[in-house]
Design a protein around this ligand. Structure first.
Ligand SMILES: Nc1nc2c(c(=O)[nH]1)N[C@H]1C(S)=C(S)[C@@H](COP(=O)(O)O)O[C@H]1N2
Ligand SMILES: [Mo]
Length: 157
């Protein structure tokens, strides 16, 4: 067997042998979901029914339009059974969100803002967005903390 001498060669070999390396998970589901952990690529997330909403936010000017999957669709699709999710972001920000939020409101995992794909540099690839302007009760700091940007993991419990 050929001995791989350099780290670069090892990485190249792994990349060549691993088709998913070209499309790494944008979001991982853990905990009480079917076949956890589930790594979801951006294209898998884009293939779900897309929902649009326009809202002001506590961190942007104006009222951007957002597009992405409904959080309740995501949880249903992967067999989530529980009452809350622990959302973890790339910067290690973490917060608990009751799943009832996603049943009561059309909360989305936004993949686009104003038609542009959200990148990890600008709060992507996934940003939890609430339909804040449509519901007075969502205009509250308790909900603002649940707008997790750069979402990396959802742990269902
Ligand atoms: N990834 C990530 N998402 C986050 C946060 C964070 O630090 N990292 N802060 C949260 C909090 S506490 C609030 S109030 C809103 C707005 O945060 P900001 O006012 O600190 O910008 O985003 C939430 N989403
Ligand atoms: Mo906050």
């Amino acid at each position: 067997m050929k001995i791989i001498r350099s780290h670069a060669a090892l990485v190249a070999t792994i990349l060549a042998a691993t088709p998913v390396a070209a499309d790494p998970p944008a979001l991982t589901l853990t905990g009480a979901v079917r076949d956890a952990p589930i790594g979801l690529s951006r294209s898998e997330l884009k293939s779900m029914p897309q929902h649009e909403l326009t809202t002001s936010t506590s961190v942007t000017d104006g009222t951007p339009s957002f597009k992405g999957f409904l959080m309740r669709d995501l949880l249903a699709r992967y067999g989530a059974e529980g009452t809350r999710v622990h959302a973890v972001a790339l910067n290690d920000y973490r917060i608990e969100i009751p799943i009832s939020d996603f049943e009561e409101f059309d909360v989305i995992g936004a993949l686009y803002q104003d038609g542009e794909p959200l990148s990890p540099r600008d709060k992507g690839p996934v940003w939890i967005v609430y339909p804040r302007d449509d519901h007075r009760e969502l205009q509250d700091i308790r909900f603002d903390t649940r707008w997790v940007w750069q979402l990396e993991t959802l742990h269902v419990e």
